[in-house]
Every structure is written in C-alpha cells, then in structure tokens.
Design a protein around this ligand. Structure first.
Ligand code: J2J
Length: 538
C-alpha cells in the first residue's frame, strides 16, 4: 500500500509553526478536548437526532472500534459517501479515531467516480447510507466492489443487506490506536477536476485545522453560533469554510440540512435559530426569491455565505433586503487558499469582491501566461502558496508537474485581479471546466465519455453563461454514421455511471470543427472558438 503524504519544505513548515498557524492540533484531540470541556452542549442536530459533544465523541469511539474490528488497519483509506446527517460526523471522527483516512465523495457521485477514487486512493473500505434521495447506495457499492479489488469492506448505515451494518458496531476502547502526528495526512479531499477526472487532495491535521480555526474566527463563530450545512457536507466549503469543522472547533452547534431546498432550510433556520449558513449562487437566488413569501421566521440568520462560483454584484446587493442578513462572499478551493469578505467590510467590498485570503502568509501572485507578474490591478492567473495550500496531489506525478510551479505555488487556473485593498475579484479562468452551480465539470472528462459513443466522431464541451446556473455545459458533437438524437446522447451519458451534473445541459450537432491552415488547433482553442461562435450567434 502506498503512503499518503503532504509535506512543505522545512523552512516553510518551521515558519508556519513559529507563527502559530500550525499548533500541533489533530482531529482526534480536537473532538476529545471539546467533549471533555462541554460534554452536554449540543454539537449536531439532524433528523430526529440531537447529539451533545459527549455523545458525538462516544459514537465516534464506537465507530472507530467497529472499523478496526472489521479488519481495517490504521493508515488505510476509506471512502465516505454520506449526505447531510449527524452520522456523517460519527463516521468521519470514527475513522480519525481509528487512524483511518477518509476519502470524501459526494452523494451525487456514481460508479465511475467512486471506482476512480477507490483506485487512486487504494481504498480498503467504503461507507454509505442505505438510501438517499431515492437512490440505493448498496446497489452502487456492489458495482464498485466488483470493480475495485482492493476494497475489502463496505459499511452501510441502516439496512445493510449483505454488508456490515454501522449501527451494529460496538465500543471497545482497547482497540483504539494512539493519536496521529499533526503532520500526517488526515483525509483526502477531491479536486474540482479541471482536466480529466478528479484528483485526490491530501490535507494534514496541522494545515486543515489552521484553515478552519482561522475561518471560524473570521466568521465570528462561538458557542452561541448555529451553523447549518445546506450544501453537501463532504464538499470543502461546508466542511471547512468555516463549515462543520470550524463549528466544532468553536464549540458551536451544527444543523444538518438534508437538502438545500428553501422550504426545508427555512423551517430548520426558524426551528434551530440558525445564525450562519453557506450556499452556491443559484441557491442564494432561489432563497432570496422564496423569502419574499416565507412563512418562517428567518430573523436568527446573521450571515449568508455565498461561494463556489461567482456571485454577481446585482444579486449580491439584494441579499440584505431579501433575507435580512449580512452577505459574506467566499472564494475557496479544496487545494487550500480561501478568501472571505470580512463581516465588517463596507458593502461595496462585500458586493463587488470575492474577499481576501485567510492568512497573512497566504502568498498570492497574479501573473500573465509567461509567469510574469501583471501590473497591479490588472487581471492575470492566480498562483498561491501558503500554510494550508497543498504542494502536491496524491499519486499524480504528471498533474503535479503541471499544477505547481518549481517553487511550490499552486496554479489555481483562476483569472483574478486584486483591488488596492488586497481583495480578489474573480474574472474567469484559464482552464476548461464548467462551473455548473458550483459543481466543477471537466470538459475533457465529458468529451472522453462522448467519444466512446459509436455515433460520435468528435466532441468538444464548453461552458455557456446561464442566467440561473451561472454556467451550463454545452456539447458540440460531430456525428458519424447515423446521427443520434440529443436525448439519446444524454441517455448515453447516464449509462456511463457518472454524477448527474456531468450530463451535458445542451447538445449541438455540427458538421465539422474549424481547423487552422497549419492543421489542427488545440482543444483549448477549439473550445474557445466554439463558445465564442455560440455567443455571437445568440
Ligand atoms: C468565483 N469562483 C469561485 C467564487 C470558488 C470555500 C468556497 C468554495 C470552495 C470551492 C471551497 C468562487 N467566485 N466565490 O473549497 O473552501 C471556483 C474557482 C476555484 C474553484 C474551487 C471553499 N469560489 N470558485 O468551490 O475545490 O474556480 O472549492 O478555483 O470545489 O471554484 O472549487 P472547489
């Protein structure tokens, strides 16, 4: 089994420790300390469950013993695919207590993605809920197991059928290993996947805990705060910006909202007196619309965070009037760097910018395509390096060489400019992915699936501005043989067992792609031209 690691050069690691960013905290230590300090305070609410910090800790210990008793060994990787319910936390902290490494999959992922994560992570275990949103995850687990030979154990919450049942796990403190080292990798997060399939992002206890501890501070979380996870909690934003982890660190209460549907969320906000939550822009638009005739009392809500994709100023300006709360823009990435507008920033900054970095030691460079800094205030490619930004993906030598500069800066792929006050404004991006309502879809990955269709000669997938989604995906297809129908192409994509958000929103058939006099143009250039031609024709 290969090791999972994430290291910074010694001089950087020393600086990050000396400056007090990395304090030697670990996930097990964090929860244990809070459970000891305020065992009876409510940590998490969801469905008909309300668990105190003490209870969450006890449940996590039981889970840890169960995982180890099954035969999973500390250091092994376990894919977690669970929606927004309290058990997400007992499973994940159970894995931390057992020295196991969670790999965070989204509920929308299907066989293709899970098999890919299982292979890359060499996962030995997979934890799912029996059903969610009308989908049977046990059937998915069967398919995954058939294709992922290293996967030894599937654990199911609820009706387990032939698999191990999470609820049957029993406590056994004698099984628990000692604490990890703060510089160990705590879990693998997944990348937005701008080229091809998602990559795995190893984050250490030290670096990640710094990012959400500082985020919790920036967002004003304390023991009186109630943070609601409305987006899928496995995503880096509701996980850590400040997310459920920041909330636990601050001793706040977490409310798990199973779906971001406005009516369900509003009912929970009123019932649990939620003070802060985070959304992607399209959901923020829906909530603002729904709030106009909401029956629920939303007055507890102090902060609405919006991020994951660009929130347009016109919409941003309406948040306060529509929802009666402050807006905070969040521009982050699972690889590290997270920017926030601050709660006391003037409206103009909150509306017009995507915030500034968490840390004084987040290094931000804005460069042209040759790597030279652009004049201050102009748009360029965002590169970053810092105390919670990774230096490498897991098991991706090729991508690592492309995604990081020689001196360790991460190439975000985003095009930004910086205001005189040091705030970033996202202008677009240099890489070809579609940011569909915050879900990142790689053009290349979809093209690969389309090319496997017998009646597709060639395909190029581009992003098209969309009033509601922000961007939608449009596939340009050159047919061969009998021309298929658009609906048949969508149905084909579904047979590929990928997350539904990867099915192209729009399909256009063309006779040929443009080539230049010197021969074929690059894919990137081709996508850019198709996109432009589409926009010009509108
Ligand atoms: C424009 N683009 C944005 C924003 C992310 C907090 C918040 C979001 C993420 C996230 C996250 C954007 N305006 N406000 O991990 O901790 C686009 C950029 C970025 C990419 C990262 C967090 N906020 N983006 O969205 O790993 O293109 O993380 O590089 O999913 O989303 O995507 P992801």
């Amino acid at each position: 089994m290969s090791e999972v690691s994430q290291t910074w050069p010694e001089e950087f690691a020393r600086r990050y420790r000396d400056k007090g960013y990395w304090r030697g905290e670990t996930f097990p230590k964090m929860l244990r300390e809070r459970a000891a300090a305020f065992p009876d305070r409510i940590a998490v609410v969801g469905g008909d469950q309300r668990w105190s910090y003490g209870e969450l800790h006890a449940r996590a210990e039981t889970a840890a013993a169960g995982f180890l008793k099954l035969g999973l060994k500390p250091g092994e990787r376990v894919i977690v695919q669970i929606g927004n319910r309290p058990e997400f936390l007992s499973v994940v902290f159970g894995l931390f207590y057992a020295g196991l490494i969670p790999v965070y999959a989204l509920p929308a992922h299907r066989r293709t993605e899970i098999v890919h994560f299982a292979g890359k992570a060499e996962a030995a275990g997979y934890v799912v809920a029996d059903r969610g949103d009308g989908f049977d995850y046990r059937a998915l687990a069967r398919e995954v197991k058939a294709q992922a030979p290293r996967l030894r154990h599937v654990v199911v919450l609820g009706e387990a059928e032939e698999f191990a049942r999470f609820e049957d796990f029993a406590a056994d403190p004698s099984l628990l290993p000692g604490d990890p080292s703060p510089s160990d990798v705590a879990f693998l997060q997944i990348s937005g996947g701008s080229t091809g399939l998602s990559k795995l992002i190893p984050r250490t206890h030290d670096d990640y805990i710094y990012s959400f501890r500082a985020s919790a501070e920036i967002c004003g979380l304390d023991e009186n705060s109630v943070y609601m996870a409305a987006l899928p909690v496995a995503h880096n934003f509701p996980m850590s910006s400040p997310g459920v982890m920041g909330a636990l660190h601050a001793g706040s209460r977490i409310v798990m909202c199973p779906s971001p549907d406005a009516q369900m969320a509003f009912a929970l906000i009123a019932q649990e007196k939620v003070t802060i939550t985070g959304l992607v822009p399209p959901l923020a638009l829906l909530w603002m619309q729904a709030a106009a005739n909401a029956r629920h009392d939303l007055s507890s809500l102090k902060v609405l965070q919006v991020g994951g994709a660009k929130f347009m100023p016109e919409a941003a300006r309406r948040v306060r009037a529509a929802l009666g709360c402050r807006l905070q823009q969040v521009f982050g990435m699972a690889e590290g760097l997270v920017n926030y507008t601050r709660l006391d920033d003037p409206d103009e900054i909150v509306v017009e910018t995507q915030g500034r970095p968490i840390s004084p030691d987040d290094e931000v460079l804005i460069v042209d395509d040759e790597g030279n800094p652009v004049p201050e205030g102009e748009a360029g490619n965002l590169l970053t390096r810092g105390p919670y930004t990774i230096r490498a993906y897991h098991n991706e030598p090729g991508a690592n060489a492309r995604s990081f500069t020689g001196d360790g800066f991460y190439r975000t792929g985003d095009v930004v400019k910086r205001t005189p006050e040091g705030y970033l404004v996202v202008q677009g991006r240099a890489t070809d992915h579609i940011n569909r309502a915050g879900e990142k879809v790689s053009a290349e990955e979809i093209e690969d699936h389309l090319l496997a269709h017998p009646n597709v000669f060639d395909a190029a997938v581009v992003s098209i501005p969309d009033e509601f989604l922000g961007e939608r995906s449009c596939a340009f297809i050159i047919p061969q043989g009998e021309k298929p129908k658009g609906a048949a192409i969508k149905a084909w994509m579904r047979t590929r067992n990928v997350a539904e958000f990867k099915v192209p929103d729009q399909i256009l058939f063309v006779d040929a792609f443009e080539t230049t006099a010197v021969g074929k143009i690059s894919r990137k250039e081709l996508r850019a031209r198709l996109r432009q031609a589409f926009l010009d024709a509108e």
